[in-house]
Each structure stands twice: as C-alpha cells, then as structure tokens.
Design a protein around this ligand. Structure first.
Ligand code: FES
Length: 186
C-alpha cells in the first residue's frame, strides 16, 4: 500500500491506494494533483466535504480518501463483485440495515441501497470496522470484500458484515456524484 501525504503540515486531506491492482501507483499520481490544487479555502472546506476525482479508478480498484478524519473507501466494483452482492438475501445478513446516510434509517441492506444511486459499480463508505474501529483491508476475505485483521470480521463486496464480531455494515456517508467522475463526500 502506497501512501501519499501533503508536505503542508496544515493540510489534513490525504489519500492512499488501497489495492494491490496493477496501476495503483499511477493512480495515486493521477489523483494527487487534483487534491494539491485545492486552495486554502477549499482546504478548510475539506474538513466538512471533500471532492474526489475518480476518473482514474479502474474497475476492480479502490482508493481511500480521508474525510473528517476518517478513511473513506471508494471502490469501483467488478461485474462479478456486483452480482455476488446482489445474490445475497437479507436473511443471510448479520445486519439487514443499509446504514446509508443518503437513505431512510430503516432502509434494507440490499446491494441497491448500498451502492451509488444510478452508478451501481461504485461503493462509497466509511472504512472503519463497526466492531472496535480498525480499518479493514480491501480485496480480502471470503466475500470479495474486506477483512478486518483485528478480530476477523469480514465484509462482502457491498461492505456488509458477513462474518465475525462486527455488529453493523460499514457505514455509508452522505455523498453525491457531482459529475460522472467526481464524488463529493459530506
Ligand atoms: Fe474489526 Fe474487531 S475491530 S473485527
């Protein structure tokens, strides 16, 4: 995992690549200029919202951005990962609630309610294990999703907990696509 951080001590946003996929280093190089172009006002604003250029995130890749001090996973899912997530019925889930800030609190954890509206391949969620707060590792585990090395929780390709002590699906923050290639989180 490569990590790229700003040289400016006051800048709090950073991102790192959370995938071993080929091209990850190039991806970081492509995205970093976008962040580094942010002016001071925008940098302050980044404490509440962050805009992310996802144009270079290829299918099968993920990036992690920092938002309000938390890691946010943005994953461009493959067709297989989507179909696996869709094939899961709600009664197979440990947590049947979507945990999606963009939907009513009781919305069920269908794949549709977990992925981006109108942009099914994209998953945007807070990368914090709901057990005790570790950051799960992507593209690992038995469900083509995430594995939390702290106590073994596993999440599927929709970020729903499927195994282990974590009580809830990873949470989805308020976000929207403000263009085909830009996501605003917060
Ligand atoms: Fe993730 Fe305990 S913090 S399983």
């Amino acid at each position: 995992m490569a990590e790229i951080a700003s040289s400016e001590p006051t800048r709090r946003d950073f991102l790192y690549i959370a995938t071993g996929a080929v091209g990850a280093v190039g991806l970081g190089a492509a995205i970093w200029p976008f962040i580094s172009q942010m002016n001071p006002d925008a940098s302050t604003l980044a404490l509440s919202t962050v805009e992310v250029d996802i144009s270079q995130v290829a299918e099968g890749q993920s990036i992690t951005v920092k938002w309000r001090g938390k890691p946010v996973f943005i994953r461009h899912r493959t067709a297989q990962e989507i179909s696996e997530a869709k094939a899961v019925s709600l009664d197979q889930l440990i947590d049947p609630v979507a945990r999606n800030e963009n939907l009513p609190a009781e919305a069920p954890a269908t794949d549709e309610n977990r992925s981006a509206k109108g942009k099914e391949p994209w998953l945007v969620m807070i990368g914090i294990c709901t057990h005790l707060g570790c950051v799960p590792l992507g593209q690992q585990g038995d469900y083509d999703g995430w594995f939390c090395p702290c106590h073994g929780s596993q999440y599927d390709s929709a970020g729903r907990v499927r195994h282990g002590p974590a009580p809830e699906n990873m949470h989805i923050p308020a976000y929207e696509f403000i263009s085909d290639t830009t996501v605003r989180i917060g």
